[in-house]
Design a protein. Structure first.
Length: 42
């Protein structure tokens, strides 16, 4: 394996974990939709 292949695989793995985390957060928000209240203060 060349260095580029190792770098590409590592980057793809990190991006895949990030996408999984975003999807998990979206699923949580959809399930808890009625109980979550967002408050923004300035």
């Amino acid at each position: 394996m060349s260095g580029f292949e190792i770098l590409t695989i590592t980057f793809s793995f990190i991006v895949g974990l990030g996408v999984a985390q975003v999807l998990r957060a979206v699923a949580f928000v959809v399930r808890e939709r009625g109980q979550i209240r967002l408050h923004f203060s300035m």
